[in-house]
Design a protein around this ligand. Sequence first.
Ligand code: ZN
Length: 141
Amino acid sequence: MSRRLDHIAIAVADLDAAIRRFADDLGVPLAGTEDVPAARTRTAFLPVGDTRIELVAPLDGQGPIQRFLDKRGGGLHHICFSTDDLDADMKRLRGLGYRFTTDEPSPGAHGTRVAFLHPATTGGVLIELAEHPGEHPAEGG
Ligand code: ZN
């Protein structure tokens, strides 16, 4: 299971403006940006202590972040916990009655495999589980 708060994701329409707000105005250091085509997002990473803020913008005006912005405007989008065995966690949580937004894990930023717990089954919070490369027990990391 191996939990830590991997990141807090905030949906933004304008990534550059959001980077200026968090990095320049609030002083949170920017570690970098990454396009995640599988999620149709551009993401900026700002480490804070043992976790990080992720600013997430739509990559091409489509996808779940664009739909979120259209429906609710920008704001807190999801929180993410790390896991060392995503497949086992998905199986266990499904057994407890939780639903995921997809049947299978998908590729996330930094080479992760990720899956999202549906907010309808988590009291309204979209919760991501992320397995980092090398952390799966079968890979010996
Ligand atoms: Zn995330």
